[in-house]
Design a protein around this ligand. Structure first.
Ligand code: GLU
Length: 501
């Protein structure tokens, strides 16, 4: 790639950023990192009516969570604030005026109703301009309203910002606009089908079309990589580039994301705002790996890919044209893969963030020992509190004594078995070997002296030690809990059974 790569992510702060939106950020960032270029974040907040409080922070938090960093901002020196279009209004205003002066744009006073009537008339093919009153519509001006003709004649020259007035771009009325999209190939649009569009609104704010072209040019963006839904806007943008005499950037429209049923991605498919994935305990690196596969692939089959591999191979020819399918099950699976790959200490550190109470240094160490035992079963970090609850506290969470009594046993048999286990464990001196191998051997021996199967005996001990019928491996669990806690819990179980008998 000859010229320096400069790409941007240009979200509108209209709500919580969803996965499709963040995927656009990710692809641009990866493309920049692959080419050693620059990645810019630009907040497109020129539609004041759709602005949602907190949306900018939610977008930036999402990026930071995924470790997507950006390289520039309006002030020198990082960490950078993003560009915000609402702080650049003067630039767009001047540029709109330039187009009016050049005759590429005009002031339009038409009301919504007038324009609707005009559109309807156009649709119905009543294109005889003399049948409509001047000022309402002159359909001789195929793409625009009557204001276009008046504007060209220089009839209007009041400053921008007057009530009820917008600046509209005069689209060429014949010929075609072509783009060579780097993903979708050659595309062309017939100009006569394009309506003149607003570039500056009556509130003095630019529309997206003007602001995006102005900024992509001024920020020297080399590649515009954005969602496919923006493809129909591209002829407008190209005409703006041409009217300004600017060199357009390259365009690459990213594939749509759908649910497994091929319908537009929605909450129904499990897709949600990026912040919610974080709350649900997805690892950012799993999320990133999952998202990159929504439209890109290494070789068509490899699913788990390191960030290094992704960056090294992030070329546009690996991006698909066809829609990417969002599969919630795959995300869950991938999260499990990444969880299993974490070193115990790191896993414990991350799990602690999902345990609501404060863990002191001892508990944190304890969690490091627990983490490897739950690592296999943990699919999302938000399960951390529940999955580790049976380890914390001197006694296990409350349980029904009846669950101690395994199938084929009675209360007396269970009590006797517990007493034998207790005396065996007491025979290990405090500070003695309480390792899982030792425990398995010792308690295995105890089992042989009882008329119980291993399944029954160990099932009983599991419930006694953890309060649950399902837990991490029993002997490792006991080892991590330590002698005193296990004895206390077995004693409690015996007391419970005594009360039953
Ligand atoms: N502001 C647009 C959005 O919200 C950006 C479109 C573009 O990248 O040109 O997605």
């Amino acid at each position: 790639m000859a010229a320096a790569v400069r790409v941007r992510y240009a979200p509108s702060p209209t709500g919580q950023p969803h996965i499709g939106n963040i995927r656009t950020a990710l692809f641009n960032w990866l493309f920049a990192r692959h080419h050693g270029g620059k990645f810019i974040v630009r907040i497109e907040d020129t539609d004041q009516t759709r602005f949602v409080d907190g949306a900018i922070e939610a977008i930036l938090d999402g990026l930071r969570w995924l470790n997507i960093d950006w390289d520039e901002g309006p002030e020198a020196g990082g960490p950078y604030a993003p560009y915000e279009q609402s702080r650049r209004l003067e630039i767009y205003r001047r540029m709109a005026e330039q187009l009016v002066d050049q005759g590429n744009a005009y002031y339009c006073y038409c009301s919504r109703e007038e324009l609707e009537r005009l559109r309807r008339a156009r649709r119905e093919g009543r294109s005889r301009s003399d049948s409509l009153p001047v000022g309402e519509a002159n359909l001789q001006w195929g793409n625009g309203c009557n204001c276009r003709r008046l504007g060209r004649a220089g009839a209007v020259s009041e400053p921008v910002g007057a009530d009820n007035r917008v600046v509209r771009f005069a689209m060429p009325e014949s010929g075609v606009t072509r783009v060579h999209d780097l993903i979708r190939g050659d595309i062309e649009w017939s100009n006569e089908l394009q309506e003149d569009f607003v570039i500056l609104k009556s509130d003095g704010f630019p529309t997206y079309h003007l602001a995006v072209v102005a900024d992509d040019h001024l920020m020297e963006i080399s590649h515009v990589m954005r969602a496919e839904e923006w493809l129909p806007s591209t002829p407008r943008h190209l005409q703006l580039y041409s009217a300004f005499g600017f060199e357009p950037p390259e365009f690459a429209h990213l594939p749509m994301i759908t649910g497994p049923d091929r319908a537009k991605l929605s909450k129904r498919h499990g897709a949600t705002a990026i912040g919610e994935y974080r709350e649900q305990g997805y690892l950012p690196e799993a999320m990133l790996n999952f998202m990159v596969l929504l439209g890109w692939s290494l070789d068509g089959s490899t699913e788990v890919v390191t960030l290094r591999q992704i960056i090294d191979n992030f070329t546009l020819d690996r991006i698909t044209k066809s829609a990417a399918i969002f599969d919630q099950e795959k995300l869950l699976w991938m999260n499990g893969v990444y969880i299993r790959d974490l070193p115990a200490e790191e896993l414990a550190r991350r799990m602690a963030e999902y345990i609501p109470r404060h863990l002191d240094a001892d508990e944190q160490d304890y969690l490091c020992n627990i983490a490897p035992l739950v690592q296999e079963r943990l699919k999302r970090l938000d399960e951390s509190d529940d999955i580790t609850a049976c380890f914390f506290g001197e006694l296990p969470p409350d349980y029904d004594p009846a669950t101690l009594v395994q199938k084929g046993m009675d209360v007396e048999g269970a009590l006797a078995a517990l007493q034998s286990a207790l005396s065996k464990l007491r025979s290990i001196p405090p500070g003695g070997d309480f390792g899982h191998e030792k425990l398995e051997a010792a308690l295995g021996e105890t089992c042989q002296g009882l008329e119980l199967s291993r399944r029954q005996f160990f099932g009983l001990l599991r419930t006694a030690a953890t309060g649950r019928a399902v837990s991490p491996p029993l002997f490792e669990t006991m080892q991590v809990m330590g002698r005193e806690k296990v004895l206390a819990r077995l004693r409690l179980a015996a007391r419970k059974l005594d009360g039953e008998g």
